[in-house]
Design a protein around this ligand. Structure first.
Ligand SMILES: [Zn+2]
Length: 301
C-alpha cells in the first residue's frame, strides 16, 4: 500500500502537504507520515489513545488513523525504545525492530474533553522568533564545522555552500525569513549531500528538491511559508535517477528529508525554548478552546 502511495506523490502540492505533516510530527518516520497524510491530510496533532487519556481527552474510536508500530526484539533495551519516539524508529535502533503491527493514533480533532492548547505553537511568527531560529540553524551548521557568512552576492543568487572552505554564504539582500529559508536549505545540503556526488554542484536535480524540502518543513514548523519550490520537478528527477523504479527514489528522498528535518526541528525547538522565545498561540480547530498549558512541551508519545 505504501508503495502505491509513494507513486502518487508526484505533484508539488502533495509533497508540500506531506512536509507540513512532517513539520508537525517530527517524531514519526516517513512511512507513518505517509499513512497519516493519506488518511487525514489536515492532521495537526496525532497521538495514541493512552497519550490523549493522560491529557484528559477521550478518542472517538471510529476515527482512528492506522499507522505501523514497530515490534521490537526482547533484547531491545528500554533506553533504545525510549529514544525511538512514538512510531518512527530512529536509525540507530532499527536493527532491533523485528516487524511491524498496525496501530491506531488519533488526531486532536478526533478527541473530546476539556480545553487544551497545542504543545507547539506555530503561528504569528515574529522577528524575535526569526532571529533566534537563524541563530539555532547557524549553530547546527557550526556543529558540522561550517561557518555562516552573510554578504553581497553579485550574481543575484540567494546563497551557496562551499564544501572546500566549509562555509555557508547567504546573500545580504534577503529579508529575515528568506535568509532563514536559505540557511535551512544550505544546512540541508551539508547534512544530506557530499560535494563528490554527481556533477559536484549541490543545487541541481534531486539534491535541490531535498534541500528545498528540508527548508520547507523547518519553516512550516514555525509558521513561515517558503518561497522556493523545486517540488514540482520531483517526479521528473526521480524518473531520471531510476527510470524503472522512480518510487524507490522518492521514498529514499522522503526518508532523507524527514530524518534531516526532524533533527533540525528538534534542535531549533530546543534552542527557542532555552532562549525563552515565546511563540504566539495558534488558532486551533473550533472545538478546542485555547488555554495556556506550559507543562506541555511536545507531542506526547
Ligand atoms: Zn541548493
Amino acid at each position: 500500500m505504501l508503495d502505491a502511495e509513494v507513486r502518487k506523490l508526484r505533484s508539488g502540492s502533495d509533497w508540500s502537504n506531506l512536509l507540513e505533516v512532517a513539520a508537525l510530527h517530527p517524531t514519526y518516520g516517513f512511512g507513518n507520515l505517509m499513512l497519516i497524510n493519506l488518511q487525514m491530510p489536515d492532521a495537526t496533532w496525532v497521538a495514541r489513545a493512552d497519550a490523549w487519556a493522560r491529557l484528559g481527552r477521550q478518542v472517538k474510536t471510529g476515527q482512528a488513523i492506522k499507522i505501523l508500530t514497530p515490534i521490537r526484539s526482547r533484547t531491545t533495551s528500554p533506553a533504545a525504545v525510549e529514544s525511538a519516539g512514538e512510531a518512527g524508529p530512529a536509525a540507530d535502533v532499527e536493527q532491533e525492530v523485528i516487524g511491524f503491527r498496525v496501530g491506531s493514533v488519533y488526531d486532536v480533532s478526533a478527541t473530546s474533553g476539556p480545553p487544551i492548547s497545542y504543545p507547539y505553537l506555530v503561528a504569528n511568527t515574529g522577528y524575535a522568533v526569526a532571529r533566534t531560529l537563524w541563530e539555532g540553524l547557524a549553530r547546527e551548521a557550526a556543529a558540522d564545522g561550517f561557518a555562516v557568512d552573510v554578504r553581497p552576492l553579485g550574481d543575484g543568487s540567494a546563497g551557496f555552500t562551499d564544501f572546500d572552505s566549509r562555509r555557508i554564504v547567504v546573500a545580504d539582500h534577503l529579508n529575515d525569513f528568506r535568509a532563514i529559508e536559505r540557511l535551512a536549505h544550505e544546512v540541508g545540503h551539508v547534512r544530506m549531500h557530499s560535494p563528490d556526488q554527481g556533477d559536484g554542484k549541490a543545487c541541481t536535480g534531486l539534491r535541490e528538491v531535498e534541500a528545498d524540502s528540508v527548508a520547507y518543513a523547518v519553516l512550516a514548523r514555525y509558521g513561515i511559508s517558503s518561497e522556493t519550490r523545486s517540488f514540482s520537478y520531483l517526479a521528473g528527477w526521480a524518473k531520471a535517477a531510476d527510470p524503472d523504479q522512480p518510487a524507490n527514489v522518492i521514498k529514499a528522498t522522503g526518508v532523507r528529508v524527514t530524518n534531516t528535518s526532524r533533527r533540525l526541528i528538534e534542535s531549533a525547538d530546543e534552542y527557542l525554548k532555552v532562549h525563552g522565545v515565546m511563540l504566539g498561540p495558534v488558532t486551533l480547530r473550533p472545538q478546542d478552546q485555547l488555554s495556556p498549558s506550559p507543562e506541555l512541551d511536545g507531542p506526547v508519545p
